[in-house]
Design a protein around this ligand. Structure first.
Ligand SMILES: [Zn+2]
Length: 162
């Protein structure tokens, strides 16, 4: 497992256009950022945001990789690109490109950001063609509840104040 963080203005704008074209898909989600102003903020501070993401993720990556191995969660590729972005839901994944997206704005904590990455990685590892959105979410929830991933999740949730 090697998560490579990237920032793409194009991906950012694509994400935002999807959001405003399909508002209904987002109305029941627990956290959605609608304000495009955050795109400007992120594009101006992408360097510091990328290093913030890196600082959070790098220390826990080996442990998450081990947990994925124990649970036989296999990623399509060893290297996964994670685009950080600013609007819409907390995370997203594109199985065909083996990449994930993690929202960096309005994260309540470092732990929450790390959990988003693990959640999206679990989607990539368990994705089946033709699955419904709900099936995908249920499968990921089950993975996150299994040891040893469950231990990592509990610890990251306790970081919610940082
Ligand atoms: Zn999900």
């Amino acid at each position: 497992m090697n998560v490579v963080f990237k920032y793409s203005f194009v991906a950012e704008v694509e994400k935002y256009s999807y959001l405003i074209m399909h508002p209904k898909e987002f109305k029941d989600l627990r956290s959605v950022v609608w304000d495009p102003f955050y795109i400007l903020v992120s594009s101006l501070s992408k360097r510091s945001r990328l290093s913030w993401a890196e600082d959070i993720w790098r220390p826990i990556e080996p442990e998450v990789a081990r947990a994925f191995k124990v649970l036989k969660l296999e990623l399509p590729k060893e290297e996964v690109v994670c685009y950080i972005y600013s609007t819409g839901c907390e995370g997203w994944y594109t199985p065909s490109k083996s990449c994930i997206y993690a929202r960096i704005t309005k994260c309540k904590s470092r732990g929450e950001f790390a959990l988003t990455i693990i959640h999206e990685l679990a989607h990539l590892a368990t994705y089946k063609i033709g699955q419904s959105h709900m099936e995908g979410e249920n499968t990921v929830d089950e993975c996150m509840a299994r040891f040893p991933l469950s231990d990592i999740v509990t610890r990251l949730e306790s970081l919610s104040h940082i």
